[in-house]
Design a protein around this ligand. Sequence first.
Ligand code: AP5
Length: 228
Amino acid sequence: MADVSSHGGAESRKRVIFLGPPGAGKGTQAERLAADLGVPRISTGDILRDAIAQGTPLGQQAAPLVEEGGLVPDHLLIGIIQERLLAPDCAQGYILDGFPRTLGQAESFASMVQGGPAAFCVIDVEVPREELLKRLSGRRWCPSCQATYHVDNKPPRSNSSCDLCGGRLLQREDDREESVTRRLTVYDERTAPLRQYYRTRSCFHHVNGHRPVETVFQELRRVVQERP
Ligand code: AP5
């Protein structure tokens, strides 16, 4: 497989993988950390939702799986990531939010990147299950610019439109109760084992995500900056 990413010097401090269950705050923190480090945040969930909204062949294939809370096949995700990491904005580093999500994805990805898993800082965000359910049921999302809100924790200025672009806010299809239950089961079975995979292969940091956004962010920032 092609080497999509070189490794060395300060860039190694700017390659981050976020792990954690649905609603843990990966997207919220990844966005802030990406802005702080000056690197792109690559969210496979956003890429798939965008493809679904545009009705591309990828979107048509992914739509039923995403909406029911299942996973999109590994080979499609690996292709998406391989292409995205070749873009010039990834040269100085990047933050992966939602990828890898299975052992198969992690192993393929390890063979794509020079330095393998050791080239990454892996952040595992943990939040109690009842809090995850509150966060997901109260999340609202802007399909136009992908901004995320929460009815209690981060309300938009107006109830129904995005502060950033004015788009109409919606509940994500996969934030409905039946899909959330499935997503949590899929996380436990398919994604949680990645903690063990990365713990011994990467700079691995476990963070308590059940604290204010700013507190969590300051800890993550310190971890990434202090990485040897
Ligand atoms: P994806 O979009 O990646 O969903 P996810 O991993 O389930 O994560 P979420 O976006 O639900 O939550 P988050 O942890 O980012 O939390 P957020 O910051 O938004 O993937 C969606 C689907 O795409 C998957 O189910 C799958 O079908 C498919 N897919 C994607 N990648 C794939 C892959 N690699 N392989 C196969 N399929 C793939 O926060 C949640 C809410 O909580 C927000 O309202 C936020 O405001 C609030 N909040 C955040 N932090 C805090 C805090 N500290 N305190 C209080 N509230 C907070």
